[in-house]
Write a protein that binds this ligand. Structure first.
Ligand code: TXA
Ligand code: MG
Length: 323
């Protein structure tokens, strides 16, 4: 895999690779995506091979603008245009009924498609440069933590990925909010930094939240996402110090992901107290903790508040895969 910069020549090279059917990882505002020309079946198949991803797991199609939604979806409800107008470009994915021509490899065999217009400048330049929609899941091997830097991507893949465009660390840090508008009521499939409340406000109806969706469909799925290699436990702030002390007394090597309280142990990693800042740092911190090969990572549970919903969701998924 080659590392490309974000100057015009490197972006032109990345666009040419994509047009030739190769895989190119690129930054979005949420996490790095593993991109392929969404209209090239072989290229999209290569994403599944590189990730080790099951075929029934759909990939998001990234578009240059909301207008392109009509090329990929049919029966687009007003709610989709409303949310697109409010939040695109940005960290929101809309699940809509897919247009007839859409390759079922993208939809995981379903008749819906996930669409997103990313706000990241490099992602936008790449979409414009190659003139194609880009299928792009997070650029990690299946079940691993999503990458928020080009180095993370390079650590995940070899030469099955032609290049990574290094646009620096991702601004948002956790994956997009996914809203399914293909049914009779809006359904949030994955919380993100665009909150359920903000979406409800724009739509004038409170969306449903599909908390147990993946768990219900296949119990192994939920567990296999966003997971560090080390076992991760989530503990409330008050009992945490005492529990960690007990484990350490038993000789266990623990890395604590705390929230901005000065940690006593040099192994502890302090994360910021604002949810936006925490989200930006989360995946790099999980990787940093994992790299120390501890017996256990212990994360302090953030408050049960709307602004923390996406972070709590990712921590819970990471923790449930370990237990
Ligand atoms: O922020 C993001 O969304 C990042 C960046 C790269 O855009 N992408 C991302 O892709 O997180 P991925 O493939 O790692 O996660 C996409 C999620 C999966 O859980 C998939 O099941 C869901 O989106 N998804 C995609 N299309 C869908 C569809 N038609 N119906 C239901 N879920 C869908
Ligand atoms: Mg992913």
């Amino acid at each position: 895999m080659i590392r490309l910069g974000t100057g015009p020549e490197d972006l032109a090279r990345a666009a040419a690779l994509l047009k030739a059917g190769r895989l190119v990882a690129f930054p979005t505002e949420t996490v790095y995506g593993l991109g392929a020309d969404a209209s090239n079946h072989e290229a999209v198949a290569a994403i599944f091979r590189a990730k080790g991803r099951p075929a029934d797991h759909p990939v998001i199609v990234h578009l240059p603008s909301a207008a392109a939604m009509a090329e990929w979806a049919r029966d687009i409800p007003d709610a989709a245009w409303t949310l697109a107008g409010a939040f695109w470009p940005g960290p929101l994915t809309l699940v809509l009924r897919c247009a007839a021509h859409v390759d079922r490899i993208i939809t995981g065999g379903q008749d819906t498609v996930g669409l997103r217009v990313p706000g990241n400048r490099v992602a936008q330049a790449l979409l414009a440069g190659c003139g194609r929609a880009l299928a792009a899941p997070s650029a990690n091997r299946f079940g691993h933590v999503s990458p928020t830097t080009a180095d993370h991507v390079i650590g995940e893949f070899g030469d099955e990925v032609a290049a990574v465009v290094d646009g620096g660390p991702c601004e948002v840090g956790v994956e997009s909010t996914i809203v399914d508008l293909s049914g009779s009521t809006p359904l949030v499939l994955r919380p993100g930094m665009i909150s359920v409340e903000a979406i409800g406000e724009r739509l004038g109806v409170v969306p449903q939240i599909a908390a147990a969706r993946e768990g219900a469909r296949a119990s192994g799925r939920l567990a296999s996402h966003y997971a560090p290699a080390s076992r991760l436990s989530l503990l409330p702030a008050d009992g945490l110090t005492a529990q960690v002390a007990r484990w350490r007394n038993q000789g266990l090597r623990i890395v604590v992901l705390g929230i901005s309280a000065p940690g006593g142990d040099p192994n502890d990693i302090q994360l910021p107290a604002r949810p936006e800042d925490y989200a930006r740092a989360l995946y790099a911190s999980l990787r940093q903790a994992d790299a120390r090969v501890p017996d256990r990572i212990v994360a302090e549970m953030p408050p049960d508040e709307p602004s923390w919903a996406a972070v709590r969701d990712r921590l819970q998924r990471a923790a449930s895969s370990a237990d």
